[in-house]
Design a protein around this ligand. Sequence first.
Ligand SMILES: *[C@@H]1O[C@H](CO)[C@@H](O)[C@H](O)[C@H]1NC(C)=O
Ligand SMILES: *[C@@H]1O[C@H](CO)[C@@H](O)[C@H](O)[C@H]1NC(C)=O
Ligand SMILES: *[C@@H]1O[C@H](CO)[C@@H](O)[C@H](O)[C@H]1NC(C)=O
Length: 274
Amino acid sequence: MFSFLWEGHALASCLSLTFMLLLHILDVCMSESHHAECPESCFCSESVDSGLMVRCRDMNLIAVPHGLPNNTRHLYLDNNLLFTIPSDSFIGLPLLFRLDLSHNRLVHLEPGAFRGQADSLSSLDLSFNLLETLDPEAFGDLRAQTNLSHNPWLCDCRLQLAMPQLLLDPSSLAEVVCNTSEPEELGAQGMPFILVATDLDFCAALRRTTDFAMLITMFGWFTMVISYLVYYVRHNQEDAIRHLEYLKSLPNRQDRSGEKILSFITHPHVVTNP
Ligand SMILES: *[C@@H]1O[C@H](CO)[C@@H](O)[C@H](O)[C@H]1NC(C)=O
Ligand SMILES: *[C@@H]1O[C@H](CO)[C@@H](O)[C@H](O)[C@H]1NC(C)=O
Ligand SMILES: *[C@@H]1O[C@H](CO)[C@@H](O)[C@H](O)[C@H]1NC(C)=O
């Protein structure tokens, strides 16, 4: 009797255990279905401290993989063949904290490339790419520490205006080097951008060319106005001369018209007769 009871109890606890296990599996499946599965070319791992980490490094990727889980916190896309970052590439990842795009072929970041990341992203690695210039539109109001080292930067006015809008990773600054400069005479080649940017004004030359263009334009206008004036005066002079000649010839005509009037008065029937 006692053993039967005991067996019943064991069975019950066994059943409840199985039931709980089933519930747990169901729960896990449900919570998994909230987030997209790991993309084919990536490895995903989750930990309590760092959240979901998605590694897609060294996969010969030419585009950011589709269907990244929306709870991704760390995304490693380094050592691939990415050449551009289209707009809204990471828009579905509100928790993204660290993004590694280093060691790719990036030449271009489209406007809005990092849209939606202003609040979450804190570290952005763009080092070892082929970037020559920056479009501030690509970053929006991103506040992430950005690593721009080891890119063939073209140091010019555009870059000088764009750089200060980014929060640059201080430890990488020495490696943000000018490969070329515009104007070339400034001699910024091979120098860290941060060093030359404090001393040199890349925009001054541009301003000078703008001033020169303005001067040329103004001179053009001035010439046009002067030539018009000259033409006007000459034309008027001719007119005046013609007028003068007309006036000179006037006494004869006046005589003739006077004669006409006189003849009209003396012989009105001649004129009125058809
Ligand atoms: C991910 O998407 C699911 C719906 O598909 C949503 O319930 C969940 O809150 C999202 N997670 C984040 C972090 O946005
Ligand atoms: C770029 O800077 C980040 C910090 O923002 C750092 O973690 C990363 O190692 C740097 N990359 C290189 C190649 O130095
Ligand atoms: C640096 O600029 C030179 C031209 O001045 C160019 O030939 C070279 O390819 C550039 N380096 C890189 C890494 O793009």
